[in-house]
Design a protein around this ligand. Sequence first.
Ligand code: SF4
Length: 382
Amino acid sequence: METFQEYLASWPLDRRDEGAQRANGKSVPALLERESLRPEDFLTLLSPVAADYLEAMAQRAHELTLRYFGRAVNIFTPLYISDVCTNQCRYCGFNAKNPQKRRHLSVDEAVAEAAFIADRGFQHILLLTGDARKLSSPEYIAAVVRRIKARFASVGIEVYSMTTAEYASLVAVGVDSMTMFQETYSPELYAWLHPVGPKHDYGFRLNAPQRAAEGGMRSVGVGALLGLETFVRDAFATGLHAWWLQRHYPGVDVSVSIPRICPHEGNFAVQHTVDDRTFVQYVTALRCFLPRAGITCSSRESAFMRDHLVPLGVTRVSAGVSTVVGGRATQDMHNPGQFEITDRRSLPEMIASLSGIGYQAVLKDWEDPAESSLGSSSLCAI
Ligand code: SF4
C-alpha cells in the first residue's frame, strides 16, 4: 500500500510554492460554495490572495462547523509523565542538550497524577513523554494506561514514533488515540531541526499516523509546528496529511492540531512567525477542506484566540494544563515545562467560557464498546 510519504512526494515544495503564487483570489467565493474541495483548492484558500476573503471563509467555516459538530467542544488535559529525551530538536525546551533537571515518573507517580486529574472531572487524558525509548518504553506507557484506564473514557498518547505492533499493543491495553506532530513537512529543514536522535528519521515519523491507524487506533491526529517553515508549505502538507488519512482509513477519526511555536528554554529564532490573521485563515481553510475533521487548539494560544476560533472550526481544547512533569499531584516544579502556556483556564473556567460564547463543553464523546456496562444485554425493546 502507498504510504503518505510516497504520496507527499507528488507535492514537492516548489509545487506547493507555485500553487500558492498562481492562486487566483477571485476563485475563492466559488470554492466556498462547493461541497468538497480538492487539494489544489485548499492550497488556494491558504494562499496570500485568499486573505482578502477572510470574512467569507470564516462564514463558510462557521456554517460547516455547525453542520458537522454543532456547538459541542471536546475537553481534554495533557499529562506529562517524563521529560527525559534523547533528541536535540533545536526549538524545544526538553532538548537533550538543555541542562535542566529531568524527571521520569514511576508508574505509581503517574497514576497519582492521573487520579488528581480524574478527580477534577476530566474524562479525556493525553499522556506525553520525551523520546527516550528505553526509559519511556511502550511497556512503561502500557503499565500506566492499564492502571488509569478505568478512570477515563479516552486515553491518548503523544509520544515518539512507534511500529504498528507497538501501537497495536497500546490499543490492546486501552489507548484509543494518538497525535503525531511532524513539526515540518520539509525534509531538509526537518533534518536540520532534528540533527541527532531517533527523531532524525523523517520518514519513520511521517508514516507514524498511518501505522497507528493500521494498529487499530480509533483516533489519529497530525500537525505541523507553525513557524518553523513558511506558512503555506507546512499548512498545506498538514491538511493534505489529514485528507489522505481520511481517504485511506475511513473508519479512523482523523484530526488536525494547530500549534504555533512558543518561547522556550534555549535560543531558537523563529523564522516564519504566523500572525493572527494568517492563523485564522489556516483554521478556516482547514475546516472548508476537511469539514468532518476535528481541530485541536492547545493552551499555547490565548483564551481570546481560542474562544475566537471555536466558532470557526476548533472542536477540541485543553484545560487545566501543566507542561511540567509531576506538575499536579506531586507538585515538583523542577523545570519550566516544554513550552509556555498562554491560556491557564481550569476545567470549570473553560466550561464557563464556552458556555458564555454559546458552546457546550463535552467531557466524554466516546466510550470503549468493550467496556460498556450494557454489555451483551438485549438493547432492542421492540
Ligand atoms: S520536541 Fe519532543 S523529541 Fe524533540 S527535544 Fe522536545 S521532547 Fe524531545
